[in-house]
Each structure stands twice: as structure tokens, then as C-alpha cells.
Design a protein around this ligand. Sequence first.
Ligand SMILES: C[S@@+](CC[C@H](N)C(=O)[O-])C[C@H]1O[C@@H](n2cnc3c(N)ncnc32)[C@H](O)[C@@H]1O
Length: 269
Amino acid sequence: MTVIEITSLDDPRLVDYAHLTDVALKKSRGAEHGLYIAESLLVLQRAIAAGHRPRSVLALGTSRADAVEAIRGFDVPVFSGPPELLEELTGYLLHRGLIASMERPPLPPPAELLRDARRIVILEDVADPTNVGAIFRSVAAIGADAVLVTPRCSDPFYRRAIRVSMGTVLQVPWTRTGEWSSTRALLAEHGFHVAALALSPEAVDLRAFAAGAPERVALVLGAEGYGLTAEAIAAADTVVSIPMAHGIDSLNVAATAAVAMWALAGSPG
Ligand SMILES: C[S@@+](CC[C@H](N)C(=O)[O-])C[C@H]1O[C@@H](n2cnc3c(N)ncnc32)[C@H](O)[C@@H]1O
């Protein structure tokens, strides 16, 4: 590991930080599965604890020693320099002291995550990285075992999702599923009861569902605007709803996830 004081932005290794969008990082040809950005020391530490590999770190002088300590054992550079230069490079102030360019790990096959899980969360097409991050934080804090995200769901490794999750997207096991037909078959094979969270007059009240919850439950949550698709509802063993008061039509999806996981955490199943 080498500390490199930068005085210009010419070093080609700085390209990971040069105004790159999440999508460009994901497609970066410099790493087999693409890159993501870890912001803050806590997130970098969580990423390394999860076995992810850093490519480099960009640190303000005040965070240089922390950066060096965090990536001890990796032969990668720590770039440091004046705040104005780092801001010119990244397009924003490094108010968390450091950011790191990380190699994305390959995602595991869904069956690997289902094998020993009791409670899982499935995010169908959730579009907002803030909601994805908040759900992962609740999963880690309340205690579901894994998250599956559908092909059109926002990427948990996007910078905002990682930040809002407090780095828990790097610690909670997750992967992407295929289409509903194959996911439904896989869940059945592993003994999961599929509980779709949706607002429907025929739905079972969450409290009643939690009181007699099956041993293995997959909670399915839908997109912010239009909710769950017809395929997701068709794949469900039970449609479960949190009754709303005062004429409010629905909860935010992340709030729904937290309430549902909390209800199941105290259930006998
Ligand atoms: C903002 S809501 C979408 C609202 C959408 N208009 C609908 O009718 O489903 C996003 C997701 O949160 C979950 N959700 C929100 N409020 C809920 C409630 N009261 N009961 C069950 N699920 C809820 C559902 O999974 C829904 O797909």
C-alpha cells in the first residue's frame, strides 16, 4: 500500500473517481464485475469485512491514517490531496473524509441464500436507491436472513443505497433473481411461504398473519408508484396488508418492510 500525494489529476488510476455515474462504475471494464464506491470509513471497513477488494482510496489529509489502517494488507494506493483538487476530481466535497473504489463481488445464486434462511425479503422493481438502502438497514437491524431483488429493481450497490443502508448492503446476503416463474419454483423447493405485501380488500391483516406465521417466509414488496405486479400477486401464497388509518392510502415501501419484519420477528414461526 502506497500513499500518493496528488497535485494534478493526470494519474490514470484516478479515473474511478472522475465524475463517474453508478451505471458507468458498474460497467467499468477495469474490474471483472464492475466497481462501486464506498463512502466513509465505516462503509469501507464493512466492505473489507465482507471480503470485498479495494482498488484504491481517495482521502483527505485528516482521514489518511484511517484509510491506511483500513486497507492494511492490500497492495493498493491511497491518494490524498487538497480538498479543492479532490472536489474537482469527484464533483463533490469529501465531507466523509474518504471514498474508496471497490471491486464488485460476483452475486451468489439465489438457492445458496435460501438454503439456511427462515425470513427473506424480495424487492420487486423498487426504483429509489434511498428505499433500497433503508430496507437493507432494517433487514440487518431487525434480522431477515437475505434479500432477493428482481431484474428491474434498483441496484443495492449504487452509492446512495450503500450510504442510506449505512453499509449494510455489504453485509446482508443478497442477489438478483430471474423472472417470477423461476423464482416461485425455487422458493417452493426451499419450503418458503410467499407473503405479498399489498393493499387489497381480500388481504390478511399482518397481525393475524404474523400470529400464525409459517417457518419460512418470503416477504415481497413492490414498486413505489404502482405496487406489486400481477405476477407477484399470482406467485403469493398469502396477500398480507397493514391496515391504514385516517384515509392514508399506503405506507412508504421501506416503512412497510420494517413493520412487516418486526411483526414476523416476534412470531412463533
Ligand atoms: C408505496 S406502496 C405502492 C402503493 C401502490 N399504489 C399500491 O397500491 O400498492 C409500495 C409498496 O409498499 C407496500 N405497502 C405499502 N403500504 C402497504 C400496506 N398498508 N400494506 C401492505 N403493503 C404495503 C407494498 O408492497 C407496495 O407495493
